[in-house]
Design a protein around this ligand. Structure first.
Ligand SMILES: [Zn+2]
Length: 155
């Protein structure tokens, strides 16, 4: 495991009034920072969380931003959350159209990334069925995107 903060110090901007540490390079289209060691795309806020709390601390969980700033990698602003909490936060903050998850079965790119990051085989809270239920799609949809038969353009 790399020491995330020492390795990437030059890419992190500290000093925002909000206390956020902003990832300044390699952002995903939705604002999350990412790095690609060995061809794998890793989300920087997850690496930051694990740098503070230990390797594997984020696996099987969503890492939420209490500051609602996707590019932020300040561990003080990062907490573990469930998919349900994550979408409740988004609704609370008015970013997600109300009812989007209830009425439709359409996923956004952000959803696809979140699903791929959260998925854990055989985990009661993050297996395909749990994710399907949370996102209001069928399990086949989840499986297809995890296998990259769909949403291949989303890295
Ligand atoms: Zn922050």
């Amino acid at each position: 495991m790399i020491d995330f903060f020492s390795r990437y110090e030059s890419r992190i901007e500290v000093g925002a009034p909000s206390g956020c540490w902003l990832w300044s390079a390699g952002a995903m289209p939705d604002g999350y920072g990412c790095v690609r060691p060995n061809g794998r795309t890793l989300l920087t806020h997850r690496l930051a969380y694990e740098a503070r709390h230990g390797v594997g601390a984020a696996s099987g969980h969503l890492v939420r931003h209490r500051c609602d700033t996707p590019a932020c990698v300040n561990p003080d602003h990062l907490v573990i959350g469930t998919p349900a909490q994550n979408s409740r936060d988004a609704v609370d903050r008015g970013r997600m159209a109300r009812g989007e998850k209830v009425a439709g079965s359409r996923l956004t790119e952000t959803d696809v990334r979140a699903i791929r990051a959260a998925y854990v085989p055989h985990s009661k809270h993050a297996n395909q069925r749990a994710l399907a239920r949370h996102y209001g799609v069928d399990q086949g949809t989840i499986m297809q995107l995890l296998l990259r038969k769909t949403w291949r353009h989303v890295v």
